[in-house]
Design a protein around this ligand. Structure first.
Ligand code: HEM
Ligand SMILES: *[C@@H]1O[C@H](CO)[C@@H](O)[C@H](O)[C@H]1NC(C)=O
Ligand SMILES: *[C@@H]1O[C@H](CO)[C@@H](O)[C@H](O)[C@H]1NC(C)=O
Ligand SMILES: *[C@@H]1O[C@H](CO)[C@@H](O)[C@H](O)[C@H]1NC(C)=O
Ligand SMILES: *[C@@H]1O[C@H](CO)[C@@H](O)[C@H](O)[C@H]1NC(C)=O
Ligand SMILES: *[C@@H]1O[C@H](CO)[C@@H](O)[C@H](O)[C@H]1NC(C)=O
Ligand SMILES: *[C@@H]1O[C@H](CO)[C@@H](O)[C@H](O)[C@H]1NC(C)=O
Ligand SMILES: *[C@@H]1O[C@H](CO)[C@@H](O)[C@H](O)[C@H]1NC(C)=O
Ligand SMILES: *[C@@H]1O[C@H](CO)[C@@H](O)[C@H](O)[C@H]1NC(C)=O
Length: 308
């Protein structure tokens, strides 16, 4: 489907955007064509293997790329562990007990090193893994720009403050995207990555029982969906129980995220606000991505042009 392909294109363009706007200079898709020509299939092969036992792993891997890129650019700083000088980004508020897939990244790195020792950066591995994950979940493929350098320092404080929280208002999230060169179109398109993967009850259960201190559920939540979510996340139940971010097609990379928002079936507050915030420019963008394929295409082309 054209639309479906296009929404994924937007995901592509954000990844490109990160690269051009952050510290890296000249990236290109042939960076390893002499030194590690098979790197993409090696990465994809390890992810395919991991998917056999963990259908969620692709979603977890693209999220790692996002959380890496929002903090000092796409430099694999999220992978650095605590040592005498480093306070790991893994322990930052948005990541702790939340980001996952580090073991699979290690397996990918080992496989790549076995074929091409000392050649491929970890930052590029995260970028390639994001593309492979979308493609393996039924989304499109794209040519990944490569040549990122890895950081030797982490920025835990930056991870705490730069990565958006699901409880944050739309205007604040918009500012955080703007701070890394991403506009409102980009925000809506990229939020569409919540078309697969899971979220823990603790990150949205306030919406089910006591939204914003009202003692009532979030009024923007579809009542049928509310009833389902209350079964998944009982009051005073485990905050670490999981719900699908996309209740319709949980493991597929498709466009249902946007029609879910139109049906008031966004899981996180930050998802539903894109469609339910009165007067917001994001409403029209959600509608466009959900229904008008030609319009979407041209918008995405302009986003793509803007970021190369
Ligand atoms: C717009 C602001 C965003 C907020 C507030 C947000 C927040 C969240 C939260 C709270 C979770 C659940 C984490 C957990 O349960 O531990 C999540 C999961 C996820 N996020 Fe986002 N996110 C945002 C944007 C993005 C973007 C831009 C991407 C990628 C392009 C992305 C990809 C994902 C994926 C794939 C998952 C599922 C991960 C898994 O199953 O392991 N998110 N996000
Ligand atoms: C890709 O970038 C690298 C590093 O900047 C450069 O050496 C190489 O020539 C570039 N390849 C192409 C096709 O531009
Ligand atoms: C590249 O990797 C794939 C999958 O791991 C493998 O089937 C293929 O033989 C490899 N090709 C080369 C040239 O190494
Ligand atoms: C901590 O890790 C970084 C990145 O690997 C490294 O450059 C640094 O030397 C390490 N510091 C210590 C004290 O081990
Ligand atoms: C992470 O989860 C573990 C196990 O449930 C818990 O003991 C710990 O307090 C959690 N850490 C944070 C920072 O929430
Ligand atoms: C980041 O947030 C975590 C969790 O709230 C906190 O423990 C840590 O001290 C913060 N790190 C920095 C550098 O501010
Ligand atoms: C939450 O409640 C405060 C007042 O108590 C109000 O100003 C604010 O708009 C509410 N937020 C939402 C998302 O409903
Ligand atoms: C949940 O816990 C609160 C406070 O501990 C209590 O007042 C409430 O009755 C509990 N609700 C359920 C459904 O168990
Ligand atoms: C609630 O979701 C269902 C699909 O499950 C949809 O048919 C219905 O229109 C939605 N209601 C509202 C008010 O969005």
């Amino acid at each position: 489907m054209m639309f479906y392909f296009s929404s994924s294109l937007a995901v592509v363009s954000i990844l490109v955007a990160f690269l051009l706007h952050e510290s890296n200079g000249q990236l290109n898709s042939t960076f390893y064509s002499n030194t590690c020509p098979n790197v993409s299939s090696i990465v994809s092969g390890v992810i395919q293997q991991a998917l056999q036992s963990d259908p969620r792993i692709g979603a977890s891997l693209i999220r790692l790329h996002f959380h890496d890129c929002f903090v000092n650019g796409c430099d694999a700083s999220i992978l650095l562990d605590n040592n005498g000088t480093i306070r790991s980004e893994k322990d930052a508020a948005p990541n702790t007990n939340s980001t996952r897939g580090f073991n699979v990244v290690d397996n990918i790195k080992t496989a790549v090193e076995n074929s091409c020792p000392g050649v491929v950066s970890c930052a590029d591995i995260l970028a390639i893994a994001a593309e492979a994950s979308v493609s393996l979940a039924g989304g499109p493929s794209w040519s990944v720009l490569l040549g990122r350098r890895d950081s030797r320092t982490a920025n835990q404080a930056g991870a705490n403050t730069s990565i958006p929280s699901p409880f944050e208002g739309l205007s604040s999230i918009t500012s955080k995207f703007s701070a890394v060169g991403l506009n409102t179109n980009d925000l809506v398109a990229l939020s569409g990555a919540h078309t697969f993967g899971r979220a823990q009850c603790r990150l949205f259960s306030n919406r089910l029982y006591n939204f914003n201190g009202t003692g009532n559920p979030d009024p923007t939540l579809n009542s049928t969906y509310l009833a389902t979510l209350r079964q998944t996340c009982p009051q005073n139940g485990s905050g670490t129980a999981l719900a699908n971010l996309d209740p319709t097609t949980p493991d597929s990379f498709d466009s249902n995220y946007f029609s879910n928002l139109q049906n008031n079936q966004g899981l996180l507050q930050s998802d539903q606000e894109l469609f339910s915030t009165t007067g917001s420019a994001t409403i029209a963008i959600v509608n466009t991505f959900s229904s008008n394929r030609n319009c979407l295409l041209s918008k995405l082309r302009s986003v793509n042009d803007k970021y190369g």
